[in-house]
Design a protein around this ligand. Structure first.
Ligand SMILES: [Zn+2]
Length: 159
């Protein structure tokens, strides 16, 4: 249950498409604990994905406003209603960017024991789940921005 360093923008592990989990074993439970501990090690952290600590597996954790948990091999169903709100990424510290996302999400996956779980979320938590699920596909916040803003984001992230 150790706190891990978070990989930063430019690290190749953030660009890797993560593999589905097939073994719901002790190692996986250790990974979930590490993700939780790392997320909770900093103030205002609402989510974290395994690729962000260099583990190429489809696992994410979340915590916002009293709701917390983890999802293994998540699949997201997105609402058509979308809203714009500021969003940040622990892999690009200090940058907040307005981004349009679905307002509601139904996430289906498994827990660390392999049991099916469904998480329904709206607002900020729905945004967190979309953001972390993107990480599992090697997709970063910058990739969701319009071209011009993306260029500005990349400039800010590398300076
Ligand atoms: Zn992120």
């Amino acid at each position: 249950m150790t706190v891990q360093p978070i990989r930063l923008f430019g690290d190749p592990s953030l660009r890797t498409v993560a593999e589905p989990v097939t073994a719901f074993d002790r190692e996986l439970r250790g990974l979930v604990k590490s993700l939780m501990a790392t997320m909770r090690a900093g103030a205002g952290r609402a989510g974290l994905s395994a690729p962000q600590i260099g583990v190429p597996l489809r696992v994410l954790v979340y915590e916002f406003d009293g709701s917390s948990g983890h999802l293994v091999n998540p699949r997201l169903e997105l609402s058509e209603r979308r809203i714009v709100a500021d969003e940040a990424c622990l892999s690009a510290p200090g940058l907040w960017w307005p981004l349009e996302r679905s307002y509601m999400v139904t996430a289906r996956g498994r827990d660390m024991f392999g049991k099916p779980v469904t998480v329904r979320a709206l607002g900020v938590l729905a945004r967190v789940l979309q953001h972390e699920a993107d990480h599992l596909d090697g997709v970063l916040l910058a990739d969701r921005l319009p071209a011009e803003e993306r260029a500005r984001f990349l400039q800010a992230a590398s300076s």
